[in-house]
Design a protein around this ligand. Sequence first.
Ligand code: GLA
Length: 440
Amino acid sequence: MMRNKSRFQRVFFAALIIALGFASGCAGSPWFLAGPTVTPTITPTASSTPPPTLTPTPTITPTPVPADDSQLALTPPMGWNDYNRFGCNINETLIKETADAMISSGMRAAGYEYILIDDCWMAHERDANGSLQADPTKFPGGMKTLVDYIHAKNLKIGLYLDRGSKTCGGYPGSYGYETQDANLLASWGVDYLKYDNCSPVGNLVTDYQNMHNALKASGRPIVFSICTWGFPGYWAQGVGHLWRTTGDIKDKWSSMLTIIDANNVNSASSGPGHWNDPDMLEVGNGGMTDVEYRTHFSMWAIMAAPLIAGNDLRTMDQATKDILTAPEVIAVDQDPLGVQGVRVSRIVATKGPQVWSKTLSGVNTRAVALFNRSDEDASMTVEWQQIDLPSGPASVRDLWARTDLGLFTDSYTVNVPAHGVVLVKIVSQGGASPTATPGQ
Ligand code: GLA
């Protein structure tokens, strides 16, 4: 085509382009006459608007508002933890099926809400960014997906970390990673953290305070469970929502007795938002009789202990289910006054019968456990004087049988089977001595 253009056309187009070049007002030569390419300098005139700034706007990550965790655990937490029954043999299927069973068994309706994954959920190494990661074999869908599954069932989820360099199972510890680990848990939507005490590097109190501060700073309200295998001290009240008062429970009568006695020592430190934790339940794990498991559950309720089931919810029998979901026993545990019940009888003998009393909300109201630690059935009596009630008539209700037993004057006597507890609610019909305040 070009070859066919006439000389006139070529001259005409060249002239036109030159004219346009000058008319555009560009300084210097038109671009097609110039030698090397130059970038035109634009000198703004006085009246021109300044060029828009090209500096990119920095992405601002908002600092999370510190979480208000003061309204958590106003009654003792209720849930399930895998450790007593499964140890390190845990995986995504078990956790999902347990969440399903929590609903279908009636445990959720009875008040259990936390699904707690204990030690051994992690990979053995942190990732390249230093983040903890779920073991990809045990939890192939990842932790966030599992959290969402649990939440979709109207349940909450907890994880386990350790204040030292390694967890008790040998997985990465959180020492020096408190902020990173707290933020990771918050980003996954975790609701509860059990923080263990193995392989310590730093100072116990400081380490727990650091993790508490990191959890608060993450912006997510997270229940903080301190696990130091013995009463940590009153400092823990402002740091954790619960703390272990004992070593690990075993599914044995003797272990349970040791734990009950140890948990009684600092009863006054417990109250709404900060609970003594005598460890998780063994109900249904097979090492005790149903009578003993009823005793276990009754005593945890009298002591306002966290009720964390530790059995296989998927396969539990009716007797186990009936113990774990007994509504009037759970109501003793969950009483809003939040007083930890104590031994009130003078007989301290390990194998002797003992009377324990818990002040409940309401005027002159007590839960009383007639606790027969001996190997023989025993006739046991609670006197109103022992439990700080006025003399005179009081109503007595059996909380396991859910039956009113009638009015009794000054005392109540009942036969209690060996290793058993009779758990009653006693309401004085007489004068009005003041009800104790929480934590006393
Ligand atoms: C410690 C705790 C237990 C459990 C194990 C897990 O022993 O006291 O409750 O968490 O670690 O390894």
